[in-house]
Design a protein around this ligand. Structure first.
Ligand code: G4P
Length: 550
């Protein structure tokens, strides 16, 4: 790689303490890339992750990533669901370093049942790699995840995978991305051959041939006309590449500014299984993906290079290690330097949270970090003080916005046979709700708690965990509702009228905000017509102002 991958902060160094701290933060932030891989199941996300980790020097850990087959290690009882169904329930963070760049790969569960977790993870990245199966093109889940990235202006690098197999026509694929996603494509590589005759790619930005043949690095060329090309690949492939490369000129040139805005994607080609194209993709990530970006908070915008620490919790996971029954909050650092032993301010409560042993994650391993920087994700063990969406800072009382909750579509009552475990059930449900496993609602008429999930599989996870971790066997009872909305309004009298109108269909969520349940779209529309003073919200940002139920 002969491209400079890091933009070092420029300007005179200052000897003032703050200036020096800011420079160190800016320097460390500039070499970090926090990203996720988005893909439809089976497109090759797991294989690509393994190969990225291999490239990044985390060799001993690659192979543990795979969530399928018998290589999977049992971590706790409820993980059996993962094993049985061959899907990854838990989101993990993997850190690796290459050529001075620190990559933080935030793994998003691929199964659509867990989309809420995925959405939250996407709030913590600065870029995403979209993996597309060359034979299938854009699939349902790819599109869904892409839409979330678009909502958050997350720049996307496209990796067209499985080029070693029969694929769709390349132009057809590129046009499909452009049309279905309304995103301009800029191929930065061009495949040489396809299917069984796929031998490598041609770098359109810095003319060079990357060949699959083992051991050979890229061969620099002066351009497609370079006669060296004919000595490197068969004549028909050289001809095809020259034709294709020329036609590729019809696509717009790659424009880094448009990529950062999220309106253009650079396209790479390769085969994760054959470990081809991965180095080129990583080089692209290092070169084009943004270092930690500015983040909007309620009071102001936070810049990564600021010396004081800020960050937010986007995920909570309990019992990651059966030997330590702990809960780990995943903190995305947005600015400043985190040092072991710091005490951080939790904006929601004003309380001090000690960070005595921040954890770094390497696949399924963890290690205590001495320090961490913007773009990093650290785990903070705690006993339930930290919640999803919490902002932590050194001093300042600010709140990052944007960790969403989505209105669940499946609503069930949790029932127990043994009334003696009622209190245990409440505690368990509260803890699991804090972790984001389910959403929890307490009906205002005093009937048993209602849980809400986005996908049915979450219900299995909940039942399994209630039994395995809390010793509470439970069952679900259907409810008449298929919809739930948060109810917001400044008009207290209208809220009161609404509550009285449907006393058995209102509840409070985990944070005490008012919600309403509906049995159909028609009923919800009706409520909106009858109560024009109220807003019925499908998405709740963690800290947006909500109407209290009580
Ligand atoms: P996912 O995480 O996105 O669900 O996909 P995963 O990596 O598990 O890949 C899905 C299947 O596609 C796997 O085969 C994998 O080996 C295969 N695959 C991934 N990348 C490539 C590629 O570049 N070329 C080819 N030809 N195949 C690829 P499987 O048979 O379903 O699983 P397994 O038995 O290999 O684990």
């Amino acid at each position: 790689m002969d491209q400079p991958v890091l933009s070092r902060p420029s300007g005179p160094e200052t000897h003032a303490a703050t200036g020096a701290a800011e420079t160190a933060v800016a320097r460390e932030a500039a070499r970090r890339r926090a990203f996720a891989i988005i893909a439809h199941p089976d497109a090759g996300k797991t294989t690509l992750t393994e190969k990225l980790l291999l490239r990044g020097g985390a060799i001993q850990l690659a192979g543990q990533v795979r969530a399928k087959g018998d290589r999977r290690r049992t971590r706790s009882d409820w993980m059996k669901i993962e094993q049985d169904r061959g899907i990854s329930v838990a989101t993990s963070v993997m850190t690796f370093e290459r050529d001075g760049v620190v990559f933080n790969l935030l793994d998003t569960p691929g199964h659509e049942d867990f989309s809420e977790d995925t959405y939250r993870t996407l709030t913590a990245v600065d870029a995403a790699v979209m993996v597309i199966d060359a034979a299938k093109g854009i699939e349902a889940q790819t599109r869904k995840l892409f839409e979330v990235c678009r909502l958050r202006d997350i720049p996307i690098i496209t990796f067209i995978n499985k080029m070693d197999r029969e694929s769709k026509d390349i132009f057809e694929l590129l046009d499909e991305i452009e049309k279905t996603l309304a995103l301009d494509v800029a191929p930065v590589a061009w495949p040489v051959g396809a299917g069984r005759s796929f031998v490598g790619t041609y770098d359109l930005l810095d003319p060079a041939l990357h060949l699959m043949a083992e051991g050979s690095g890229p061969v620099r060329l002066s351009g497609l006309g370079d006669p060296k090309l004919d000595t490197l690949v068969k004549p028909d492939l050289a001809r095809e590449l020259r034709d294709g490369g020329e036609l590729a000129g019809a696509y717009p040139d790659f424009d880094p500014a448009r990529f950062l805005e999220g309106t253009m994607t650079p396209v790479y080609f390769g085969s994760a299984l054959r470990d081809f194209g991965i180095g080129h993709l990583l080089e692209g990530l290092a070169r084009f993906a943004p270092p930690p970006r500015d983040r909007a908070a309620d009071s102001r915008t936070v810049t990564a290079s600021e010396p004081e620490l800020t960050g937010f919790v986007f995920k909570i996971q309990a019992n990651m290690d059966p030997n330590h029954r702990d809960r780990v909050a995943f903190l995305r650092i947005c600015s400043g330097r985190l040092q072991k032993g710091m005490r951080l301010r939790q904006t929601r409560t004003g309380k001090q949270v000690p960070v005595n042993a921040p954890l770094f994650f390497f696949a399924q391993d963890r290690q205590v970090a001495e320090e961490a920087w913007p773009g990093d994700v650290v785990g903070i063990a705690n006993h339930g003080i930290l919640r999803i969406g919490d902002t932590l800072t050194e001093k300042e009382a600010l709140n990052f916005s944007g960790v969403p909750s989505f209105a669940p579509e499946i609503l069930r009552r949790v029932m127990i046979e043994d009334a003696m475990v009622g209190k245990k059930l409440r505690t368990a449900l509260e803890q699991l709700a804090e972790e984001g496993v389910v959403q929890l609602f307490r009906p205002l008429d005093g009937t048993p708690p209602v849980v809400g999930v986005v996908g049915a599989l979450q219900l299995d996870v909940l039942a399994e965990r209630l039994k395995a971790e809390y010793g509470v066997p439970s069952r679900y009872e259907n409810t008449p509702w298929s919809l739930m909305r948060w109810v917001a309004s400044e008009d207290a009298a209208a809220l009161e009228r609404f509550r009285r109108a449907i006393p058995h269909d209102v509840a409070e969520d985990h944070d005490g905000a008012l919600v309403a349940f509906f049995s159909s779209d028609w009923r919800r529309n009706r409520a909106a017509e009858d109560f024009p003073e109220l807003r019925f919200l499908e998405v709740r940002e963690q800290h947006s102002l909500m109407t209290k139920a009580g």
